[in-house]
Write a protein that binds this ligand. Structure first.
Ligand SMILES: [Zn+2]
Length: 424
């Protein structure tokens, strides 16, 4: 239990710190096994001691289990055993009672460990109000500490909600599989409802697509085919996910078939990204790739051939990489995927140019793409109004792109620089 300390919170905890501590504590406690509490399990799932961390109400919302009650310390002996209890009955009862006692101590040890972890993560001033005159923190529970933070130090106020909303839109990282990214957007959207933060489905979809565009993981053809999909597909989050996940899956199985690990996947992705430097080269690489897939399903005998093709791809990729290194003057996005720094600093500089000074009902001011306006919008959202303009927006999107969302080459554009969204 103590082997996994919680990340240290410096100074006053924020709402996000509170949520993180709570989820870390919940994760630890839910892994506890060998306990006999009826409330720790449903027919299908085992929640360990999660109820002790999040409390009755939230536990019920999460699990539908409404039987949680704080257990009392069991007596040292089963009170049901008396002088007249038959020997075999006594034997069974004693064994059961041992398990009950054992559960009690497991639970006690676990909760103590979680409390210690919480205290280690926090400066004392943020929980010292719980200190008992005689017993200090001996009898304080994780739930009490978390509840205290919730109440006293990080209440869910307007600022906290704003921050939660901002955190929701955390960039899609190259380390994160696309499937995991889509799932995160769904899961977090649901979780945030509990914090009274509503993320609209269409905002979720738009963010997802922005990240797709931004990732360079899909080539022009993928995107063109996407834009030709029926509106019903393009406006549905799950169908959209399916479309792009299928493409990623095809790439994944290519990697598997050529026995590729991460290094090879990156090689292939790099090759893909370099498409703009030579469509012919790209097509050739993809042809090799798909031949590789077909042939790999046949026999081992083809392995050598595939390996040769793989080598060719690698050589070719290295050549292209060198070419790019020589030709790229304005490398705005050299390290988009570092894992250090805040979300804001980790956010890569967007390279896609915008239609500066233009307006789109679905996408707001300076929409992405050279001709993008309310009329020419490839991503119209439900209720899109093509007649909406900068000054007559008809309740359209009022997104004003941030510094990182505007390509460096457009930073001096007079319609954007030092300005903000009109409010009238
Ligand atoms: Zn648009």
């Amino acid at each position: 239990m103590r082997a996994n300390p919680f990340a240290r919170v410096h100074g006053r905890p924020t709402r996000a710190d509170y949520d993180r501590l709570k989820s870390d504590a919940g994760a630890l406690a839910s892994e506890v096994e060998d306990i006999t509490y009826e409330w720790s399990k449903s027919a299908t799932d085992d929640y360990g001691l999660l109820a002790d961390i999040i409390g009755t109400d939230e536990y019920y919302v999460l699990t539908d289990i409404d039987t949680y009650a704080i257990p009392n310390e069991p007596l040292s002996y089963d009170p049901a055993i008396t002088n007249v209890t038959l020997t075999h009955e006594r034997k069974r009862r004693e064994e059961e009672w041992d398990l009950i006692r054992q559960s009690w101590f497991i639970r006690k040890g676990c909760l103590r460990g979680v409390v210690d972890n919480l205290r280690d993560a926090l400066d004392e001033q943020f929980y010292s109000q719980l200190k008992h005159r005689l017993t200090a923190y001996r009898n304080v529970t994780p739930f009490q500490i978390l509840n205290h933070l919730d109440d006293r130090w990080c209440p869910l106020d307007v600022q906290a909600k704003k921050e939660l909303r901002r955190t929701y839109y955390t960039k899609w990282d190259a380390d994160e599989h696309l499937t995991a990214f889509g799932k995160r957007l769904n899961d977090d959207q649901i979780v945030l409802v509990r914090s009274d933060v509503a993320i609209a489905d269409e905002d979720k979809l738009q963010f997802y697509l922005e990240e797709i565009y931004d990732s360079n993981k899909f080539d022009k053809q993928d995107m063109l085919t996407w834009e030709k999909q029926p509106v019903a597909t393009k406006t549905d989050f799950e169908l959209t996910r399916q479309y792009f996940e299928a493409i990623i899956k095809a790439t994944d199985s290519y990697d598997q078939n050529v026995g590729g690990g991460n290094a090879k996947r990156n090689t292939y992705e790099s090759a893909n990204q370099m498409a703009e430097y030579g469509d012919e080269l790209r097509e050739w690489i993809q042809q090799i790739a798909s031949n590789g897939v077909t042939q790999a399903t046949n026999t081992q005998a083809k392995d050598a051939k595939i390996a040769t093709m793989e080598d060719e791809i690698r050589t070719l990729t290295a050549t292209i990489a060198q070419l790019i290194a020589n030709t790229t003057k304005n490398n705005e996005n050299a390290k988009p995927n570092t894992t250090t720094g805040s979300n804001a600093t980790r956010r890569p500089q967007m390279k896609k140019t915008r239609n500066m000074g233009a307006y789109c009902h679905s996408h707001g001011f300076h929409p992405v793409g050279d001709n993008h306006t309310s009329v020419i919008c490839g991503w119209k959202k439900e209720g899109h109004k093509s007649e909406a303009t900068w000054t007559n927006r008809l309740n359209g999107n009022t997104n004003w792109p941030t510094f990182k969302a505007v390509a460096l080459s457009q930073h001096d554009h007079p319609a954007w620089k030092n300005k903000s969204a009109p409010t009238n």
